[in-house]
Design a protein around this ligand. Structure first.
Ligand SMILES: [Zn+2]
Length: 242
């Protein structure tokens, strides 16, 4: 089963008609989805499936399924069957916060030039772990440089390259802990202005100004070589129109 990943090219789309192509205890698979499945440190999306009879079914989580399918977690008595049409409605406020924080972590990987060994994205904060060795990281300086990149409003775009191109340029992989997003022999690359270019399958804002002001919440030691840097939004939710 294959689910078309509509969120990749249309990260601001909040409503989509789709057809159920698989139902199991693991979840409901549709032929296309707006819902990002948990991966790369970004949580699975939530929202609603509206059925043809007008019933609103809560989607409580989204995960990768077998092959190239996406599994939507619904209440066990959802009643959906293969062939049913549903209208997907994304919880946009939560997803938009994830898009902003995910994009913010790209900026963090620009200002902290070490390999990333782990990470996590939430709606109010996010973190990356860096293999920084003995390097000394200054919170105030990181804060200033991050917010300079936000204010510069660099455009964010994506493109595909071949697996062979990525193999020829292994230095493009910054995150050692996440396998690059592959699709039919190609790798999805995310570009932020002229400051960041790396494989990524996540969802992003259109330009870094949308992220809003950031704050380095903490820098903690995680073993001799690793530093965990946690970011949070310095301003209340900006809303962001889909
Ligand atoms: Zn990304």
């Amino acid at each position: 089963m294959v689910t078309a990943l509509v969120f990749r090219d249309q990260p601001r789309q909040c409503q989509l008609e789709a057809t159920v192509i698989g139902v199991s205890e693991a979840g409901v698979v549709t032929d296309a989805t707006l819902f990002y499945p948990m991966g790369g440190g970004q949580p699975g999306d939530t929202g609603i499936f509206l059925t043809a009879s007008g019933q609103a079914l809560a989607v409580t989580d989204t995960r990768k399924g077998e092959g190239r399918s996406v599994l939507h977690h619904l209440p066990s008595d959802h009643g959906l069957q293969v062939g049913d049409r549903v209208t997907q409605q994304l919880d946009w406020a939560r997803r938009y916060a994830h898009m902003r924080m995910h994009s913010a972590l790209h900026l963090l990987s620009v200002v902290v030039p070490f390999g990333v060994t782990g990470g996590s994205i939430g709606a109010d904060k996010g973190r990356l772990d860096f293999d920084s060795g003995e390097a000394v990281l200054d919170k105030a300086e990181l804060n200033e440089r991050l917010n300079d990149l936000v204010v510069a409003n660099h455009p964010v775009s994506s493109e595909w390259i071949s697996e062979d191109e990525l193999k020829a340029h292994p230095e493009l992989v910054k995150t050692m802990s996440v396998a690059p997003p592959r699709g039919a022999g190609n790798i999805r690359m995310v570009r932020i202005g002229d400051i960041d270019y790396q494989p990524c399958g996540g969802t992003h804002v259109a330009s870094t100004g949308e992220i809003g002001r950031l704050e380095v919440a903490s820098i903690k030691n995680r073993g001799a070589r690793n530093r965990r840097i946690t970011l949070r939004f310095a301003e209340p939710e900006s809303g962001g129109q889909p």
